[in-house]
Ligand binder design. Structure first.
Ligand SMILES: Cc1ncc(COP(=O)(O)O)c(C=O)c1O
Length: 371
């Protein structure tokens, strides 16, 4: 039986057709009609008026920080409970991340800790240059609480919505809450271009500048003229074609992932000590990954290893950034919540293309491991 992955790509005939169209048109470059169309379609999906299609979500985060003029000597508040790419981007621009813990009600950023840190930073006379808020595992952070706090201190929000395309919060789409927001279309995301990302914003000049920086910062001239350091961060037209096909299926993919999560909850919900990632009223998660915590590290490991021995991929929840060796000298505000989630938490196979029988296998193995 082939290995069952956590979140594999789920392709359909539209993607294949569009990819062949791009190929046959000979737009084999990081620009072209599919790139333009993908940007427009992402804009319609997210409600963000301007979008730059990029080579990765990490590139989008890097450009977002650069566009806000953040650099050496600055600090940025960052969710500790996230993938390393979020925090790495802060270091790319030479700034210092300050890690903020999650709360247990959402597993996302704890707004009280953000407020406390901004209050303290304001008293110290050195406010951070931004809050880099992560929408975790397909679920938005609590922007009704975060936005007024940040507005009060004049600190912009950058939204790392890499994991959350298709989610909504109080009816608004993920990616529409930050001054700039980043998406990822990496192979494990809800839709994928194999590798890819996007930067979204409401200010056209910023997104225009992102496109400029992402194409080696070429000044307008017949020869190659450069007055800025640039990057090679644009998305290939071939990959944008795949992304357009994927985007057409987003609604179905969200429904399918939510169904996977709901079946796990229905059939594993009575396990002693099992706690699922909460989805409070007003949130609509995509359940990009189906996540739960167990009573203990040993229970979590017993389940993970039982799945692994059946060639089924399951992963511990993110190891918080404040525990990562590379960030050990950074300041952390709180930390015990994400530490506990990491200690006992697991992501189960969650692909939108997972068959009922594969999910039955997972469920039976988990029940057996815990019996
Ligand atoms: C929260 C988060 N931020 C950023 C990224 C980086 O995106 P990419 O892999 O497209 O660079 C990812 C995932 O890969 C992520 O999960």
């Amino acid at each position: 039986m082939p290995r069952l992955y956590l979140s594999p790509p789920h392709m359909g005939p539209d993607e294949r057709q569009l990819l062949l169209d791009a190929f046959d048109s000979n737009w084999i470059a990081p620009l072209g009609p599919h790139v333009d169309a993908f940007e427009q379609e992402l804009s319609a999906e997210t409600g963000m008026p301007y979008v730059a299609a990029l080579s990765s979500g990490t590139a989008a985060l890097h450009l977002a920080l650069e566009l806000l003029g953040i650099g050496r000597g600055d600090s940025v508040l960052v969710s500790s409970f996230t993938f390393a790419a979020t925090a790495n981007a802060v270091r790319y621009v030479g700034a210092e991340p300050v890690f903020i813990d999650s709360d247990l009600d959402t597993w996302n950023l704890d707004p009280d800790l953000v407020a406390q840190e901004l209050e303290d930073a304001s008293k110290r006379g050195r406010l951070p240059k931004a809050l880099l808020a992560v929408d975790l595992y397909g679920q938005c952070a609590d922007y009704d609480r975060l936005s007024p706090i940040c507005e009060h201190f004049g600190v912009p929000i950058l939204e790392d919505a890499a994991e959350a395309l298709g989610a909504t919060y109080r009816g608004r789409p993920a990616g529409s809450f930050g001054e700039l927001s980043a998406f990822s279309f990496n192979g494990n995301k809800i839709i994928t271009t194999s590798g890819g990302g996007a930067l979204c914003g409401a200010d056209s000049s910023r997104i225009q500048k992102a496109r400029f920086l992402a194409t080696q910062a070429r000044d307008p001239a017949p020869h190659y003229e450069h007055s800025h350091i640039g990057y090679n961060y644009r998305l290939s037209n071939l990959l944008a074609a795949v992304g357009r096909g994927q985007l057409r299926q987003l609604g179905q993919r969200v429904t399918a992932r939510r169904r996977v999560f709901q079946r796990y909850v229905a059939e594993l919900g009575s396990l002693p000590g099992a706690t699922w990632m909460p989805e409070p009223e007003g949130w609509r998660s995509t359940h990009w990954l189906s996540c739960l915590t167990f009573q203990s590290f040993d229970d979590r490991e017993r389940v993970r290893l039982a799945l692994e021995s059946a060639d089924i991929e399951a992963r511990p929840l993110w190891k918080p950034m404040h525990l990562q060796p590379i960030f050990q000298t950074c300041r952390a505000v709180g930390g015990s919540v994400s530490e506990a989630l990491f200690e006992t938490g697991l992501c189960l196979p969650s692909g939108s293309g997972m068959s009922e029988s594969d999910q039955t296998r997972v469920i039976e193995l988990v029940l057996r491991a815990m019996s």
